[in-house]
Design a protein around this ligand. Structure first.
Ligand code: 73E
Length: 837
């Protein structure tokens, strides 16, 4: 059984031992060593947190060994490297993930046990690395895991924010933001490289100088800060390969503010030095919105400049001719955030390496690829005014890129000025600005969408004009998530069950093997064990809920979860309205009917961007509704509402395995992909969802009988919006379904208190006001039907279990391994480079 497969896996892993040994005794010695000499506590007396620190350092040593070997091997074989550029990475905790990927979990647990500690408890001491907002950032983290596991010679580059995403605390039902100063207790997972530093320059002027009889532009910068590298080893699973995520921190440069020193204002000049550090200080907490703020632009350029100096240095160490760049370097832009890279590479090649413009441009167009994560047309823009001041030379380069591009377009499409204006990288008008998406599309050899539906919208709407020009550039790379993080780390019970019934752990590297679970679809023992795993996970979650909110929940209830950033388009409001409707139904039922009701625990969690008023009101409404329902003795266990505060990666690892049902309610055409749905799918949780983003492909894969789909389809949304507007003139409240109107009235009239506060929230779905842009009114009926179908299926536990098994069995396609392999082969053109044992 399982023991045998574990033993086989262990033999495979033991081959990967390096200088440091991984048997429990050796691990224990190292843990005690670190307790004494790194943590500086007595080895006879240390607590859970200190045990965590010591174990983390023990694991870190082993990571460093592999990470060295991997890079020595890469250096020797000089493969084409992928550089994954992203301003956000949501890594979460590292201990469990590392220990699993190194294949030393049992040994570590045993080593700790003998010292009187429990691995799970020790692992929970770790705080999350939350250097990102939501889906985009967690996707980067899953993709790093896949890149390492599949042996690709890749590097991740990002920023080492000192304050990660704010911590959400709830006071009286309202969200408050608290700074996440995550480095307070040290970070054993990073390696500070004090000698890997680069100068990053800002401001100043551009001057023209004569060089070898030719006129040449030079940038005379006005301010210099230093970028220091912090390296974060990313171990692959079932391989020795351990790749690097290099994050930059800003430090004052020795050249900083030289002027002030010379004029003698010593104190002020030292104080001013601190300004340099503010660059990498704090992560912008807005998911999806872009503000034209100078600090944000500074962050972007700081990141881009340091990363590209590092990349070019490595290239020049191995190669002499820039013609080789496209064969040796792939630069990937994770959304538009790092797309200043394009101007920066041009500047380096033209101004510093003295290549001709056209030659440089030719190279640049062969090295960049771009993934867009958004559905909206109005993407990231940088005000020209800001650029002119902060990066004057880059602005010139951007103008020149645009000039050449528009000249080429004129030849292709003629003097159609309105079309040219749409294509232009420069947006004229009240606020002249650079359109980062246009820049990225023009310069990248591939533009990737994150789901089939998303790509379709890119082609026909968002970037329609560009698609007409470069149809071959547009490709679909449906997102995926790592089964290492989202099953192996977060759901060990399910991991063991899957391995036992598949007879192998090979699915941890090859998720397609999960389809083998279908062979046991009707096996009663399998069903029993499957339900048992879910039950244990629900117990864990129930304990957490009680600890967080004081609400006791019944394990017989259906655990219904919606966790993600709070956004109008994600329609948490639809969920809450559905809950209120359910409450009304229960109140109106007689005793007999109540006995047949499936009890529910409705769990909602997520952060609202600090400036997003409506999102914050949704959080408050959730609490107000919970307060009312949970305290209604008439309702009891039939309905409970819980808001889980501070939703983040480690909370997700607890919540997702314990969910029976998960909700993904975005109005069709708004969620580019969605990745939460895939995590729930892998954990045998049924989905209740609109046909949006990647859910469309989940439906394709598991069949619409195995989840609960509702709501307007993409092609219907436009029509409904129009219809909704034509209803405006004669204001026809009769068109609003009765149930919906009643729920809305309750909120508006203060049934849950705070009616003044909720007024503007209600107005978003009312005609004559917000006009219900996200179509809650027209989707409500269909939503309730899907909910009823879920209730009905839950009563039949055999059927439910089958659906649950089929969900996991169909989740292989949504592994980030599949996504990454596709990118590697068709976009980046890189090959595996496996470090020998
Ligand atoms: O649909 C998700 C997608 O699954 C999308 O909203 C999200 O990216 C996920 C991964 O592909 C996303 N995040 C951002 N844009 N799209 C974003 C924009 C600005 C700042 C931070 C994040």
């Amino acid at each position: 059984g399982l023991g045998e497969h574990r033993a086989k896996a262990e033999r495979m892993f033991s081959l990967m031992d390096g200088f440091l040994k991984n048997d429990p005794i050796s691990l224990q010695k190292d843990i005690l060593h670190h307790v004494e000499y790194t943590v500086a506590r007595s080895r006879f007396s240390f607590d859970d947190f200190e045990a965590y620190q010591a174990l983390a350092h023990t694991v870190r040593d082993r990571l460093i060994e592999r990470w060295h070997d991997t890079h020595i091997y890469f250096k020797r074989t000089k493969p084409k490297r992928l550089y994954f550029l992203s301003l956000e990475f949501l890594m979460g905790r590292s201990l469990s993930n590392s220990v699993i990927n190194l294949g030393i979990e049992d040994q570590c647990a045993e080593a700790l046990n003998q010292l009187g500690f429990e691995f799970e408890v020790v692992a929970e001491q770790e705080g999350d690395a939350a250097l990102g907002n939501g889906g985009l950032a967690r996707l980067s983290a899953c993709q790093m895991d896949s890149l390492a596991t599949l042996d690709y010679p890749a590097w991740g580059y990002g920023l080492r924010y000192e304050y990660g995403l704010f911590r959400q605390i709830i006071v009286d039902g309202f969200q408050h933001e608290k700074p996440d100063y995550w480095l307070n207790f040290g970070n054993p997972w990073e390696i500070e490289r004090i000698h890997v530093t680069y100068e990053v320059k800002f401001y100043g002027t551009v001057e023209e100088v004569e060089m070898n009889g030719e006129k040449q532009k030079v940038w005379i910068p006005g301010e210099t800060v230093e970028a220091v590298a912090y390296d974060n080893p990313i171990p692959g699973y079932g391989t020795r390969n351990t790749i690097n995520l290099r994050l930059w921190a800003a430090k004052p440069s020795s050249k900083f503010d030289l002027e002030a020193y010379n004029t003698g204002d010593y104190i002020n000049s030292v104080v001013n030095r601190q300004n340099a550090e503010t660059i990498s200080n704090v992560l912008y907490p807005d998911d999806r919105s872009h503000q034209g703020k100078e600090l944000r632009l500074k962050q972007q350029y700081f990141f881009v400049s340091a990363s590209l100096q590092d990349i070019m240095r490595r290239f020049k160490e191995e190669h002499t001719n820039f013609d080789e760049l496209p064969e040796k370097v792939a630069l990937h832009l994770n959304d538009t955030h790092p797309s200043l890279s394009i101007a920066e590479v041009m500047r380096m090649l033209v101004d510093e390496e003295h290549l001709g413009w056209h030659k440089a441009w030719d190279i640049v167009c062969k090295i960049f690829s771009f993934t867009t994560h958004t559905m909206v047309t109005d993407g990231e823009k940088i005000p020209v005014e800001l650029l002119e001041n902060l990066l004057p030379r880059h602005l010139e380069i951007l103008y020149e890129i645009n000039f050449n591009f528009l000249e080429e377009m004129k030849k292709r499409i003629g003097l159609d000025y309105s079309r040219l204006a749409l294509l232009s990288i420069v947006e004229e008008g009240a606020m002249k600005s650079i359109r980062m998406a246009n820049l990225a599309i023009v310069c990248s050899h591939t533009v990737n969408g994150v789901s089939k539906l998303h790509l379709e919208k890119l082609k026909t709407k968002t970037f329609k004009d560009f698609y007409g020009l470069y149809p071959e550039k547009f490709q679909c790379k449906t997102n995926g998530v790592s089964q290492r993080r989202w099953i192996v780390v977060s759901n060990p019970g399910l991991r063991d069950l899957i391995s036992k019934w598949l007879g192998t752990e090979a699915w941890i590297r090859d998720a397609d093997l999960l389809s083998g679970l279908r062979d046991h679809l009707d096996n009663a023992d399998f069903h029993l064990e499957w339900k048992m795993v879910k039950k244990v996970n629900k117990m864990r979650l129930a304990e957490y809920i009680e600890a967080m909110s004081g609400v006791k929940v019944s394990l017989d209830a259906m655990f219904d979860v919606q966790v993600k950033r709070i956004h109008e388009y994600k329609r948490q409001l639809l969920n809450i309205f559905g809950i209120i409707h359910r409450y009304n139904c229960l109140k109106n039922m007689d005793k007999d009917s109540r006995r047949k009701v499936v009890p529910r625990v409705c769990i909602i969690g997520g952060k609202a961007a600090p400036g997003y008023e409506i999102a914050k009101k949704i959080i408050k409404l959730c609490h107000a509704v919970a307060e009312k329902i949970n305290n209604d003795t008439d309702i009891g266990d039939l309905l409970k509402v819980v808001f889980i505060p501070d939703y983040n990666v480690s909370v997700a690892e607890l919540v997702i395995p314990g969910a029976d049902l998960s909700q993904h309610l975005s109005t069709a055409g708004n969620e580019a992909s969605g990745t939460g749905n895939m995590k729930f799918l892998m954990n045998g949780c049924l989905l209740l969802a609109t046909a949006d983003g990647s859910t469309v492909e989940i439906i394709e894969e598991i069949g619409e009988d195995n989840l609960f789909v509702f709501g307007a389809k993409v092609h219907e949304v436009e029509k409904r919006r129009q219809k909704r507007l034509s209803n405006l003139a004669p204001l026809q409240p009769a068109k609003v379904p009765l149930h919906f109107a009643r729920v809305l009235r309750m909120v508006r009239d203060g049934y849950f208190g705070h009616n003044d506060y909720f007024k503007s929230l209600c107005e978003t779905v009312e005609f004559g006001f917000g006009n219900d842009y996200y179509l809650l009114t027209s989707d409500f009926g269909s939503y309730l039907e899907a909910q009823a179908a879920a209730d009905k299926a839950f009563v039949n536990q055999d059927k439910w279990t089958r659906m649950s098994i089929l969900s996991v069995a169909g989740s292989g396609r949504f592994s980030s391994d599949r996504t990454i392999q596709d990118y590697a082969e068709s976009t980046w053109k890189i090959s595996p480079c496996r470090c020998p044992l």
